[in-house]
Design a protein around this ligand. Sequence first.
Ligand code: SAM
Length: 279
Amino acid sequence: MWSTSLFNYQEIDLITTTYKKKSLGQHFLNDFMIAERIVSSVEIDSKSSIIEIGPGDGSITKWIYDSKPNRGILIEIDTRLIQDLKINYPEFQIINEDVCEIHLSKLLKDPKEKFIVLGNLPYNVSTRILEHLIDHRDSIERMVLMFQKEVGDRICSKLRTKDYGRLTLLAQEFFNTETLFVIRPSSFTPRPKIDSVVILFSKREQPLINLEDRRTYDNIVKLVFSNRRKMIRRSLKAMYDDEKLKEVFLRTGIEPSKRPEELTIQEFADLSNVIHSLK
Ligand code: SAM
């Protein structure tokens, strides 16, 4: 019988209720076939350097361990889980910290090393963790991460859909994203209210766009998507004067009456680069 769980599920329920560890998004995977499927989807071999975010009671870790990677690093914020992780995975490096406080490049042992990152991410901070990983993309080769479905849909969405937005642009600028499969709430203890998805992030050779100034780009993306029903010209008027906007639309050839979800990432880059050049 397969089991590496350090707690029985009643105990986990007790922990989540008594100590409010729901704040750490502790929905533990109870289906070993799904855990195996997650790990096999990243193709680990003896040269791989793996980081697992939030190993919890080790349901995914067990399969990583059995794949015998070159290196395994487990980053878990909950101190109560650390001792058992150390006992069960003695060859792995275990870091008891918030992953968002960790500079991944400092964990590299040689300049050519790149990490494969895995994790069933805590729902409440999953986008913050994804943003941190994207900031540290230079140290990463690919990732397989689990999100609540609604967040996963935003990450993988296509142009002209309701889910297309800031998170889509951020993830797809640097990674090719693909939804691998959906997981039902019954595969977790305690059960979340919603479905989850597993997403493969494969690093692009080059980012999709070249930016003159990232701050200008970020401000534009944030501004237009905070008014997603408005035409982009109307949203941008809050930040730039009419004359400048006329020139921007002329030079980029972008239709000012478009809504944000109709703009490709390249068009956002064009807008940003022209606006920056007119400063
Ligand atoms: N990997 C286990 C599984 O699939 O059953 C547990 C996944 S559970 C959804 C999320 C895990 O991330 C928990 O163990 C939680 O303690 C941990 N965690 C939450 N916030 C974290 C953070 N900021 N940094 C590192 N780990 C975190």
